[in-house]
Design a protein around this ligand. Structure first.
Ligand SMILES: [Zn+2]
Length: 248
């Protein structure tokens, strides 16, 4: 018998009574667990195997498949379920994780990012767009798709006043350098050094301080556009859960 801590990021019904759940873990990436009798009324494993439940799963491994023996909920993020906007944003986060994380690899930092972001989300501790941007960009960084943010890609300037963020190149340059190279691309975003500070904070700051920063409304708009397009561009995938979140 194995004990695994993780958060349910997808569930699928099988037949009348059973289901499969995909669980994001720290040490084994995303694993699939078969849950027998999940639909029975008063099923003991009910709340601990529902979507977004972070639980301690007791499982058996047979023929490379995990079977649930029992589960204890650690945190079920109940308040996510009371607000469709929050729930749909959480579903988008789960969708990206499902798309990017493979099995049998260590993803402790991704699990931590997911749990912390859902905690802030369910308790209204930060605005939704703020959490969305933070999650999108930090996840890219954790997965090795960090933007190049040390200095202007053309002249090396560390902190230009006006900054052009180049999405597909994954870097930035000063407005002057960008004008000099006559580059005007749809995928560029013009902003300033306050946005550069925010981007550097999200990709570089230690987890303990990750959520502790503020941005003005103007920078939030730039940041929001930047992180969403950066994620979509670098993953090369569109998400229906994102379309749904945007439609609300
Ligand atoms: Zn420059």
């Amino acid at each position: 018998m194995l004990t695994i801590d993780g958060i349910v990021i997808r569930e699928r019904s099988v037949g009348e009574q059973d289901k499969f759940i995909d669980v994001l873990t720290a040490k084994d990436g995303v694993i699939e667990i078969s849950v027998k009798g999940a639909k029975k009324i008063n099923s003991k494993s009910g709340s601990s195997t529902q979507l977004f439940a972070y639980s301690r799963f007791c499982v058996q491994l047979r023929k490379q498949r995990y079977y649930l023996n029992s589960a204890e909920p650690v945190c079920i993020f109940y308040n996510l379920r009371t607000d469709i906007k929050k729930l749909s944003l959480a579903a988008f986060f789960a969708d990206i994780v499902n798309y990017t994380i493979d099995r049998q690899n260590e993803y402790g930092e991704v699990l931590r990012l997911m749990l912390n972001t859902l905690h802030y989300l369910e308790n209204d501790k930060r605005p939704l767009e703020f959490l969305k941007s933070l999650f999108e960009l930090r996840l890219c960084a954790e997965l090795g798709m960090m933007p190049a943010i040390v200095g202007c890609s053309e002249c090396g300037e560390f902190e230009p006043e006006k900054v052009v963020f180049r999405i597909s190149d994954g870097d930035f340059c000063c407005k002057e350098c960008c004008e000099a190279s006559a580059e005007e691309s749809f995928s560029n975003i013009l902003s300033d050094k306050a946005m550069l500070h925010a981007v550097r904070h999200i990709v570089l700051t230690d987890f303990s301080k990750l959520y502790n920063f503020r941005v003005s409304e103007r920078i939030m708009k730039n940041l929001s556009e930047y992180t969403e397009r950066y994620l979509i561009n670098h993953l090369g995938c569109n998400f229906r859960t994102l379309d749904f979140y945007r439609s609300l």
